[in-house]
Design a protein around this ligand. Structure first.
Ligand code: GTP
Ligand code: MG
Length: 364
């Protein structure tokens, strides 16, 4: 008998261990050759109930390195909202330097006033800093169907009949992208592959035939510098924007601080009074205070004034000082958003110790 796989996450179906991927009670096994969905995917889809499971790093490498044996097109999806966090350093080597295209997903989250040209310029720089050499880079929104036709034209042209592997860090939208393609080009009425806000949704390769070639979904690699992996489900929900993020503007005097909930803080240490234009999910409470009060506030008011996080979740934040040169710059707070400021000023940026804040020329 052929191995039976879950169409939602790619796991091999098994009836022995409810805690392992692909579990389905014996009684639910299909009689004929219809597609099956494992219990975890079923629950995710119908009750939004997440059973945490992760592909280990070794397992990930084993799965992804299969691409190295194929002459294929690698479609590397990254998340515009967390570019640094969603790039995989070793991907060129793991895929034996197969031809690659980069798709920068979730364009819908950034304001329309951000120019595509500027955004592409910035993405190109980060991609090349990471020593990746894609044949092309596209912006898109898999969820909102933005630029999907252009992307598909590019992919089919560059694949030229070869298999197409969709790779990327967890949560960048790989499965959403394939579902979107299936709806747009194969008349699929609903999402076939399981998609969720939690990291580690897809657990093995899912091969979908399109004509003579395959389009293959893969599990995401868990990048430790993605904030996603360090917060509770409730916090993740609060910090994940669901639509275009809107600017919130604060005028700050030197010696003032602005908090993004209890998850980040920017101290304005020196310079002229200026505006801090914050772009983050509406679920994150912004709070301005005097620098001299900031430590005390952080020690006592996380979860009440400074939310998220809620309940007992607490993080120590790590501090990095920056001199912002003259002109408009974005202070990028990975996984949370960015704050546009005008230099020259001196600031101190406090974020989750696993993530790395950085400066870039302002996108807006
Ligand atoms: N705003 C926005 N959200 C998106 C877009 N594409 C995907 N998402 C969301 O991002 C989250 C992760 O999507 P998935 O498709 O499960 O991501 P994945 O890369 O397959 O994740 P793993 O299987 O865990 O590696 C879900 O909450 C999606 O709804 C997009 O274009 N815009
Ligand atoms: Mg997936």
């Amino acid at each position: 008998m052929d191995i039976l796989r879950c169409i939602g996450c790619g796991s091999v179906i098994q009836c022995d261990d409810p805690a392992s991927p692909g579990y389905l009670p014996q009684s639910k096994l299909p009689e004929g050759d219809e597609t099956v969905v494992c219990r975890r995917c079923f629950r995710l889809k119908h009750y939004n109930e997440v059973t945490p499971l992760h592909v280990t790093q070794d397992e990930y490498y084993r799965i992804i390195s299969q691409i190295a044996d194929d002459d294929a097109l690698v479609v590397n999806i990254v998340d515009i909202f967390d570019l640094e966090g969603s790039l995989i350093l070793q991907i060129g080597k793991l895929t034996n330097h197969n031809d690659m295209i980069v798709l920068a997903n979730k364009r819908d989250l950034l304001p329309k006033s951000v120019s595509d040209a500027k955004l592409l310029h910035h993405i190109r720089k980060i991609v090349s800093d990471h020593h990746l050499k894609p044949l092309r880079i596209h912006l898109m929104s898999a969820r909102k169907y933005q630029h999907i036709d252009d992307v598909m034209d590019s992919i089919l042209e560059l694949a030229n009949g070869r298999d197409i592997y969709i790779v990327g860090a967890t949560n960048v939208g790989k499965s959403t992208f394939i579902n979107t393609l299936l709806k747009a080009y194969a008349d699929s009425a609903e999402d076939v592959i399981t998609v969720s806000q939690a990291a580690g949704t897809t657990l093995d390769m899912i091969k979908i035939p399109i004509g003579d070639q395959y389009i293959v979904d893969t599990p995401g690699i868990l990048n430790d510098i993605q904030l996603t992996h360090h917060v509770s489900a409730a916090t993740l929900k609060a910090i994940t924007p669901t639509k275009e993020i809107k600017a919130k503007i604060y005028q700050l005097d030197p010696r003032q601080t602005i908090f993004l909930g209890g998850l980040a803080r920017i101290d304005f240490v020196g310079g002229e009074r200026t505006s801090f234009v914050c772009y983050a999910a509406p679920g994150i409470t912004l709070h301005r205070t005097k620098l001299e009060r900031a430590d005390e506030l952080f020690a006592n008011r996380v979860g009440t004034v400074l939310v998220p996080p809620v309940a007992d979740e607490r993080f120590d934040l790590a501090m990095t000082p920056f001199h912002v040169p003259a002109g408009k710059h974005d202070v990028v707070l990975p996984g949370l958003g960015f704050v546009t400021v005008k230099g020259p000023i001196d600031i101190r940026v406090h974020v989750h110790p696993r993530t790395r804040p950085y400066l870039r020329e302002a996108l807006i």
